[in-house]
Structure formats: structure tokens, C-alpha cells
Design a protein around this ligand. Structure first.
Ligand code: ZN
Length: 307
């Protein structure tokens, strides 16, 4: 018996797949603090944790795993997340940096999935572009509180999007727009003290973790390559958005196929993975490996024909 026995329905060797997988968490605020905790319970083995911030008193209303002592100590958010993960799974492989992800982007290149908990539209746009280039599935979470005019009530909403190469991107889905980028630039990228609260973050994070499980385990026979779940906290619903349905079958004009891939790709990085008995790596990683094998074999065939 293992600590993951109750989730064996996720499929054959799902424990090994989850343990072999590495998930990058960019931004360890409210949303990704839930994601880190849940992925630890799921048995994810590898983590890359990136956030340049420390915890402050106003984070304590939503940062899962944080304590008042952490606030007094001014502890980095990545350290709090790492502590939560290690308390569940002491053998987890954790790489963490208190830094902006753009400064340490190389650490993310080996991830099988990346989950973004970023406030700024510009940062989401940059992280998605990075993920597209390195063919890594990207899951984006976002939450908004909108005061209703002439009312004391506020609308609490959010969305979780799975973005993979060839599928609709955040620009296709109108989550990144030039207007939003411009408005943010005029505020010098400062999001300000936006309203944030714990339970919508929990709903969005759980939805994101479900997508991670779909990507890594054989739980679903044919999981969708893209997803857009819209959350309405006032109605209490999470539902697929028709924004994605409207984009089905249409090419993403923002990330053409020729811009995908790493121009300094080194096949030796993947040889170790290929030697491992299948299926021990995450689905995302193996699909990347397959894509590159096709490219390498095609080049070799062309060279052979020239001889
Ligand atoms: Zn697009």
C-alpha cells in the first residue's frame, strides 16, 4: 500500500507519472499557493517555484500555508510554498528562486507543465509566449472583483485557461488585448492593491490542478488540448466558456507553427528521458520528445537521400 492508493483510478502507473513530472509554478500568491498544496498531495515529484515577493500582512487572507510568523519574518513566498510541499512529500524535488521568472527562465525549460498565477496581463502574455516557444503546456489563472454600479454588491469572477501549441492562445481568447496591455503600461505595470480573497482562488486552483492531472495521467483517454473554464462566484458556477468554442477549428494567428520550438535545442537533454521505461514521463514531455524525434528523423532521412 502507498500513500497514493486511493487515487489509483487515475490510471496505470499514474503514481510514477506524477512523481516523474515537474510542474513550474510562476507567482506563488493566492492562486498558486493552493496549486502547490494540491500538487504535493497528488504526488507530483518535481517543482520549480518562482516568485520575487515576500509575504506581507495583507497576503494572510488568502495565502495557503502562510502563518503570522511568516509575515513577521518577511519570508519569501517561494519558501512558504516549498515548506507546504515538503511537509506532505519530503522527497519532492524542489527548485526555487526568489526572483522574477524572466530573470531565471532557463529553470522553467525542463518543466512538463507551467501554471501561472500572475496579476499583470503583460506577464501572462510573456509567460505564454515562453511556453509556446518551448512547447510546454501553459495553464493560466485569473480572478477579478468588479463593483456593480449603484450597488454595494460586487461580481467575483475568474477563469482558467489551458494553452498549448497550435490551440487558441490568450490573445485569441481576448484575455490579452492591446487595450489591456496599454492600460497596464499607463499604470507602469502596477496592479495596485486589487481585491483578492481565498475561496475563488481555491476554485480556480482546483480547476487548474484538474487540467494538470489530465495532462499527466491516463485518467482521461483523450483529454482536450485546450480549455477555458469561466468561474462566476456569485452564481456558483464553473463552465466551459463559449469564447473557446468560437475559436475551435481556427488557426491561432499569434503563434504560427514556425515560431514554435527551441532554436538551441540539444537532443542530449532528452536522451535520459528516452531511456526510462515507459510510461514514466509526463504526457506533455513525451509529446514534446515525439515531436523532436520526428524532426530529427526527417533531417536524417533527408541527409541519407543526399548520399
Ligand atoms: Zn492566438
Amino acid at each position: 500500500m502507498t500513500w497514493l492508493d486511493r487515487q489509483s483510478f487515475l490510471g496505470a502507473k499514474s503514481d510514477e507519472r506524477l512523481d516523474a513530472a515537474t510542474v513550474g509554478l510562476v507567482g506563488l500568491g493566492g492562486g498558486n499557493s493552493h496549486v502547490a498544496q494540491q500538487l504535493a498531495h497528488l504526488g507530483i515529484g518535481g517543482f520549480v517555484l518562482l516568485d520575487d515577493d515576500i509575504i506581507t500582512l495583507t497576503n494572510l487572507n488568502r495565502l495557503v500555508g502562510a502563518t503570522l510568523e511568516d509575515v513577521k519574518a518577511g519570508r519569501p513566498k517561494v519558501e512558504i510554498a516549498a515548506r507546504v510541499i515538503r511537509a506532505v512529500n519530503p522527497t519532492a524535488r524542489i527548485v526555487m528562486r526568489r526572483a522574477k521568472w524572466q530573470e531565471v527562465g532557463d529553470l522553467l525549460k525542463g518543466c512538463d507543465v507551467i501554471v501561472g498565477g500572475l496579476d499583470h496581463v503583460g506577464s501572462k502574455d510573456e509567460l505564454e509566449a515562453f511556453c509556446r516557444r518551448f512547447m510546454i503546456p501553459y495553464i493560466d489563472m485569473g480572478m477579478d472583483v468588479t463593483p456593480l454600479p449603484d450597488s454595494w454588491e460586487s461580481l467575483v469572477s475568474g477563469q482558467v485557461v489551458l494553452s498549448t501549441p497550435g490551440e487558441p492562445c490568450l490573445r485569441c481568447l481576448q484575455l490579452v488585448t492591446e487595450e489591456r496591455l496599454k492600460a497596464e503600461a499607463q499604470r507602469y505595470g502596477v496592479a495596485g492593491s486589487r481585491p483578492q480573497v481565498v475561496w475563488p482562488n481555491g476554485v480556480l486552483a482546483s480547476t487548474a490542478v484538474g487540467l494538470v492531472v489530465q495532462l499527466i495521467t491516463p485518467w482521461m483517454r483523450d483529454p482536450p488540448r485546450s480549455a477555458y473554464f469561466a468561474y462566476d462566484a456569485n452564481l456558483g458556477t464553473v463552465a466551459p466558456s463559449d469564447r473557446l468554442a468560437r475559436r475551435r477549428g481556427k488557426m491561432c494567428p499569434h503563434y504560427p507553427a514556425k515560431t514554435v520550438g527551441d532554436p538551441i535545442f540539444d537532443v542530449r537533454r532528452y536522451i535520459g528521458r528516452l531511456d526510462q521505461p515507459a510510461p514514466t514521463r509526463a504526457l506533455a514531455a513525451s509529446s514534446r520528445v515525439r515531436a523532436w524525434i520526428v524532426v530529427v528523423l526527417t533531417c536524417l532521412r533527408k541527409l541519407a537521400r543526399r548520399d
